[in-house]
Write a protein that binds this ligand. Structure first.
Ligand SMILES: NC(=O)C1=CN([C@@H]2O[C@H](COP(=O)(O)OP(=O)(O)OC[C@H]3O[C@@H](n4cnc5c(N)ncnc54)[C@H](OP(=O)(O)O)[C@@H]3O)[C@@H](O)[C@H]2O)C=CC1
Ligand SMILES: O=C(O)CCC(=O)C(=O)O
Ligand SMILES: [Mg+2]
Length: 741
């Protein structure tokens, strides 16, 4: 029974981890009054690294494999997990985290970039478990329901965030390949019965190498394979570099190297190699000797030349700078520091980067620190074109009006590592020319793809039960909201053609009379949704896993200013609940600001909302009245928080995350004090509310006075608990009230 009133709150990284030091003590203090236990599980990047190397560590240093534990929990009806965003680490981030742990006395081996020995290979396999998006696919044992809560949408309408102007003659556009990409090569089949397959490479002489020995497949599972031809990819990059130069546009590249941890770093590498071709060719021998890996971006070259004799290093640096003269302007991540789009693969991540281009009037930052029209490269055609439709709409009709625009929510096919986001262990770089094929255990060839050396092959899967659950969720959302639900599926794409058949079959199981449910191509679906948005009308997007990710940043960033304010629910297929806090990430820029000037602009609204639905879930599933009361009063607290505009400011010495959390606590306490359903809670929280009200000014002063100076929290990836607690709980007055509950 104890298990049933437990909520797991994940310990993660960067800005949300900092915010947790301030918010979690409040949540724990409030809920403990009703026997709801909040337990923390460390699934941060460092926590996961540590969990994978127990034999190297002392008893005190060890951390259990909480991710595996939570993965198992998510398969049970008792699961109630609040999941904050975590780092999906690129190799440079993994290396930095390891270095920090080593400095702190953790005997974690260094990541072997090149696997020269069997030992290196084994280490790479162990690190692969923490690389890239290693958390989300494990916990997401359900499909995704992301939307803006009514009160949050209304708040955004009443307090519109800044939107850049779109000019009718903006030259910004999206560029994609026209052949040789995943889209063009995709093949897809639905397996009639359970079986298992292997993936093998056959060279032109007929020699076979097994790439993956065994992949179990369930009956009715959809599998597909596709190839990115790297010759065509490089030709595309070269053409678009010339095109951007000619048109005076900022060249930018938008990939998802974090989540798509095998394929996209390779696509990133080719971009770096083509963009900096002359400098790289000139120093090819040195680059080889140093073992530079452009999968990690141009930054890897900068890192590895640090130990060269100064003359050589400056020569290489000068040759890189020389490249810019013949190149178009390149989008910058930090123009002051000279960090470009191509420095590291985890800075520009398509889901969050493209919406910001739309929000900023079709522009990105150039090296002079100014906004400039951009040529946005999204090589593969599967999802690139929707952004072009959006650009065209803005060019024609101007920027969206936050005060009046409708909303696009999402029902996403995500469960059980659906589609591309589960393809990492089935993605391979072709070792030569030939074919890569998927072969059944009895030798039947299921699919075959022609490859050239270096091409990226990938196989994806989506199981039937998640598809059925996804269709059900779409129908339920359409019914609950009486809003059109659009399946974004392209009958000309092999995979989507299989899904369309299934969607039509499963839709027939429901009474959909009176509902507007359609299947449209992604381009038509976005055009339809944007037209409605401009009329203030809402639409449900029902999409696969990648579009789930892209659209749940795109629309919230346009509608609410940030996807962190989304309600992000994962109804787990076995009955539990996974409650994600917003749809955004861990905001590394916020940590930089906190470290330099002691102001944390992270908005914890996503956490408040996730806690609300988590409590509601606890209440509904286990008939827990106190949890229901907490959910109800938290909702009132959040509404007041929004009305009173207590979100964090972006500027130092104004209310930041800590002050916002205080106000949320006060409004929540007031709502608990005002209710009459539970006398005991009324008494407890009347006092809390009174103490907070009486000390409001003092608390806010104590919190704001803590700002304005650099912060030392003893680490980036693994802050020192004591220092971080002190930094995030600087009001002795507030702490005394919370700790006394
Ligand atoms: N669910 C998950 O676990 C996810 C994890 N990630 C991970 O997060 C990291 C960063 O990813 P990135 O693509 O930069 O996206 P982020 O969402 O972290 O950041 C983009 C920008 O969004 C704004 N933002 C995000 N969250 C908040 C918030 N709570 N309050 C206020 N503003 C917010 C910030 O804008 P501004 O700077 O203008 O204030 C921020 O710089 C990566 O390591 C990525 O792998 C990414 C997505 C989801
Ligand atoms: O897991 C990741 O790397 C990112 C996930 C993400 O962006 C999302 O779910 O919106
Ligand atoms: Mg995302």
């Amino acid at each position: 029974m104890a298990q049933k009133s437990k909520i797991i709150y994940t310990k993660i990284d960067e800005a949300p981890a900092l915010a947790t030091y301030s918010l979690l003590p409040i949540i724990k203090a409030f809920t403990k009054t009703s026997g709801i236990e909040i337990e923390t599980k460390d699934i941060s990047l460092t926590g996961r690294i540590i969990a994978n190397f127990p034999e190297n560590l002392t008893e005190e240093q060890r951390i259990p494999d909480y991710l595996a534990e939570l993965g198992a929990l998510s398969l049970t009806p008792e699961a109630n997990i609040i999941k904050l965003p975590n780092i999906s680490a690129s190799i440079p981030q993994l290396q930095s985290a390891i270095a920090e742990l080593q400095e702190k006395g953790y005997d974690i081996p260094t990541y072997p970039e090149e696997a020269k020995t069997d030992e290196d290979k084994a280490l790479q396999v162990r690190f692969a478990k923490v690389l890239g998006s290693a958390v989300n696919p494990v916990l997401r044992e359900g499909n995704s329901d992301r939307r803006a809560a009514g009160s949050v949408k209304q708040y955004a309408k009443n307090n519109p965030h800044r939107m850049g102007k779109w000019s009718a003659d903006s030259k910004s556009h999206v560029s994609h390949m026209t052949e040789g990409d995943f889209y063009g090569s995709e093949k897809s089949v639905t397996m009639p019965k359970a079986t298992n397959v292997r993936i093998e490479y056959v060279d032109n002489a007929g020699n076979t190498t097994v790439l993956k020995e065994k992949q179990e497949l369930l009956a009715n599972e959809v599998i597909d394979s596709s190839v990115m031809n790297v010759k065509a990819l490089r030709a595309f990059y070269a053409k678009e570099i010339a095109g951007a130069k000619k048109e005076g546009l900022l060249w930018s590249l938008h990939l998802k190297a974090t989540m798509m941890k095998i394929s996209d770093p390779v696509m990133f590498k080719h971009a770096v190699e083509v963009f900096y071709e002359e400098a790289i060719a000139k120093h090819a021998d040195t680059i080889k000797e140093l073992g530079v890996n452009f999968n990690n971006g141009l930054g890897d070259l900068y890192n590895k030349i640090q130990n060269l004799p100064e003359a050589k290093r400056t020569e290489i640096e000068a040759d890189i700078m020389e490249v810019y003269k013949s190149r178009p302007d390149i989008a910058m991540v930090d123009s002051d520091k000279g960090i470009t789009n191509l420095h590291v693969p985890n800075n520009v991540i398509i889901d969050a980067s493209m919406p910001v281009v739309v929000r900023d009037g079709g522009k990105m930052w150039n090296s002079a620190g100014e906004l400039q029209d951009t040529k946005a490269l999204i090589p593969d055609r599967c999802y690139a074109t929707i952004y072009q439709v959006c650009f065209d709409d803005c060019r024609k009709n101007g920027a969206y009006d936050v005060a009046t625009m409708g909303s696009v929510s999402n029902v996403g096919l995500m469960a059980q590592k659906a589609e591309e986001y589960g393809s990492h262990d089935k993605t391979f770089i072709a070792q030569g020319d030939g074919v890569i094929r998927v072969v059944e255990f009895d030798g039947t060839i299921v699919m075959e793809q022609k490859v050239e050396k270096g091409d990226i092959f990938r196989m994806c899967q989506v199981k039937d039960a998640p598809i059925q659950d996804w269709v059900k969720l779409a129908v339920n959302r359409a019914k609950a909201t009486n809003t059109p639900a659009i399946f974004w599926l392209d009958k000309n794409r092999a995979h989507d053609a299989q899904l369309i058949k299934k969607v039509n079959t499963y839709l027939a199981d429901y009474d959909t009379s009176g509902l507007d449910i359609r299947i449209l191509t992604p381009d038509d679906a976005i055009a339809f949704s944007l037209e409605r948005i401009r009329k203030g009308e809402d639409t449900i997007s029902v999409t696969g896993n990648v579009l789930r990710d892209y659209l749940t940043d795109l629309f919230p960033i346009l509608e609410l200013g940030s996807s962190s304010k989304m309600l992000s629910i994962v109804p787990l297929m076995n009955g539990g609940g996974l409650f994600e806090t917003g749809a955004g990430g861990s905001a590394p820029k916020h940590v930089q600001q906190f470290m330099t000037e002691g102001h944390l602009r992270w908005d914890s609204l996503g956490e408040y909302l996730a806690l609300g639905v988590s409590l509601e879930h606890l209440a509904n599933v286990f008939n827990n009245e106190k949890a229901a009361l907490f959910a109800e009063t938290l909702d009132l607290g959040v509404s007041k928080f929004l009305e009173e505009r207590k979100s964090p400011s972006r500027k130092v010495n104004e209310l930041d995350n800590r002050g916002s959390n205080f106000y949320l606590a006060m409004y929540w306490a007031q709502a608990l004090a005002a209710q009459d359903k539970n006398a005991e809670l009324k008494t407890i929280f009347t006092k809390v509310a009174q103490d907070m009200e009486a000390n409001e000014e003092k608390i806010v002063t104590e919190l704001n006075d803590a700002q304005g100076t650099p912060m030392n929290i003893g680490g980036y990836f693994m802050p020192n608990e004591e220092l971080a607690n002190k930094a995030m709980r600087p009001s002795a007055t507030l702490n005394a009230i919370i700790d006394a509950i």
